[in-house]
Design a protein around this ligand. Structure first.
Ligand code: NAD
Length: 492
């Protein structure tokens, strides 16, 4: 291995370490196609060491006053703001998204830290005096112990930050295993946590794949697992870890539809559709990848989208100005997307073809548009996770809703309309957890749950908001009996 390529460090206890492992995963700059770091794929022994260190740190950290834990979050918030641009550049470097998108990635994570600063309020229990004769009842929300987080490549800051700020603020210790494809942002996020005053061992960072995840799922000292990634792995982690008695929340893949009614505002709808479909090169679990035009609107919408696509500037986020779209994550992803376009172009009409951006060195796929897609087309229910939009044309709103409800996933769906009644019908009848009305990417703010349904989420309590606090705590109920007959016999 070339010594000039840095090895991504791990953190166990207080020391960052460049460990030697049998296998490494290449971290690329997707805009250039070159290797920028190597991620060590940790083995079970290393993970057990991280779990032991986390377990040791738990009693002291969980015993700290909530205000002291909140102070660490306030410090962290300040440091994230001071390092905001550096983190954004790091995200663009290892993930390939545009600098504006990277700023959004860190901003959404920062909002969760803002939320976690209020932990002293959020973690409060309830009480009732005289729940029975002379008995008072009190509930407390206590932390769980050692929690683990496993995150995907597409939001290197936001997704890990759905997890660890709330877990830590609640008094848990946490081990993060970021995607092996984008570990550098995670290193920076953890460095800043230590600078914010988080005690030794409370946060650990490890790297790897299945072996690490399996160790989390089976080790008796792991209390809870937060997972985000593809549905097949989400379901695996959910069932394996639950079988071993762990609390699990696991976000999966998605296929999100955007429904445009004939009365939709043309300009704002077009902007929202383009951003939902091609933003982050389509690598979003909330990407709008099915566009359903209701009635006559489909044709005019298609013409406008084609015009906009042709004007899009695709390029290297940190080297070229005013880029609208960056590359996809790696060569395999690019090949996978190209193969999907190859296949689907035999089934429906390919209006714009993003396969041939051969003048680019990195992993680029151009914005692609299919029209005339029906529920029988293979792309209808398949998550592409690339800049590919499929247009459908429905007779009416009922048909659009019934198509959406054929999908197995259930992250988001949006409607564009001026009619409150159409919006209400849509909201009430669509089987998914996050609804947009004139909003293309209805990803909730940090005080609300990221509420995927069906095969987009396995578990009971989602990430973010009050459900996040509930996930990372368990309730203890205390009943206290004191009779009401105290007499001051001793002169006290
Ligand atoms: P992925 O499933 O390949 O990887 C996610 C994590 O799982 C990574 O940390 C990876 O190392 C680990 N992993 C990979 N193979 C594993 C295995 N066999 N056993 C155990 N762990 C394994 O997902 P990805 O390609 O990094 O991310 C894209 C996917 O994530 C898309 O499907 C997208 O929709 C989904 N996603 C979902 C949400 C959500 O909230 N529902 C958010 C973001 C991304």
């Amino acid at each position: 291995m070339s010594s000039s390529i840095p090895i991504v460090p791990i953190l166990i206890g207080k020391s960052w370490e460049e460990i030697k492992t049998e296998t490494y995963t290449n971290v690329y700059n997707p805009a250039k196609g070159n290797i920028i770091a190597k991620t060590p794929m940790c083995d079970k022994q290393i993970i057990v060491k991280a779990i032991e260190s986390s377990k040791k740190a738990f009693p002291n950290w969980s015993n700290e006053p909530a205000t002291k834990r909140a102070n660490v979050m306030y410090n962290y918030r300040r440091l994230l703001k001071e390092n905001f641009e550096d983190i954004a550049k790091l995200i663009s470097t290892e993930n390939g998204k545009t600098i504006t998108e990277s700023r959004g990635d860190i901003q959404r994570g920062l909002e969760v830290v803002n939320y976690a600063c209020g932990i002293a309020e959020l973690q409060k229990g309830e009480s009732l005096s005289q729940v029975a004769e002379n008995i008072d009842a009190l509930t407390m929300r206590e932390p769980l112990g050692v929690c683990a987080g496993i995150s995907p490549f597409n939001f290197p800051a936001m997704v890990p930050m759905w997890m660890f700020p709330i877990a830590l603020a609640c008094g848990n210790t946490f081990i993060l295993k970021p995607s092996e494809k984008v570990p550098l942002t995670a290193v920076k996020l953890v460095e800043l946590l230590l600078e914010a005053g988080l005690p030794e061992g409370v946060m650990s960072l490890v790297h790897g794949g299945k072996q690490v995840v399996d160790t989390f799922c089976t080790h008796p000292d792991i209390a809870a697992i937060s997972f985000v990634g593809s549905s097949i792995i989400a379901k695996y982690v959910y069932s394996y870890a639950c079988k071993n008695g762990k609390r699990v929340q696991a976000g999966g893949a998605a296929k999100n539809a955007l429904v445009v009614m004939p009365d939709a505002d043309p300009d704002s709808t077009l902007r929202a559709v383009l951003s939902a479909s091609y933003g982050c090169a389509g690598q979003r679990c909330m990407a709008g990848s099915l566009l359903i035009g209701v009635g006559e609107i489909a044709n005019s919408l298609k013409d406008k989208i084609l015009q906009e696509i042709d004007d899009m500037k695709i390029g290297a986020p940190l080297d070229e100005k005013d880029i609208n779209m960056g590359p996809v994550i790696d060569f395999n992803s690019k090949q996978r997307i190209i193969e999907i376009i190859d296949k689907v172009s035999n089934e429906v009409k390919l209006e714009r073809d993003g396969r041939n951006l051969s003048n680019k060195k990195g992993f680029f796929v151009g914005p692609t548009l299919f029209s005339g897609v029906t529920p029988n087309a293979s792309i209808f229910s398949h998550e592409v996770f690339g800049p590919v939009l499929s247009m459908m044309n429905s007779k009416n709103l009922d048909q659009a809703i019934s198509w959406i409800n054929e999908l197995n996933y259930g992250n988001g769906s949006s409607i564009f309309t001026q009619s409150g009644s159409a919006a209400k019908k849509f909201r009430s009848n669509v089987n998914c957890g996050m609804i947009g009305v004139n909003v293309g990417v209805p990803a909730p703010m940090s005080m609300f749950p990221f509420a995927g349904w069906n095969d987009s989420f396995y578990g009971d309590l989602h990430m973010q908001g009050a459900e996040g606090v509930q996930f990372y705590t368990r309730q203890k109920v205390t009943l206290t009996r004191w009779d009401n007959t105290y007499e001051n016999k001793s002169g006290w």
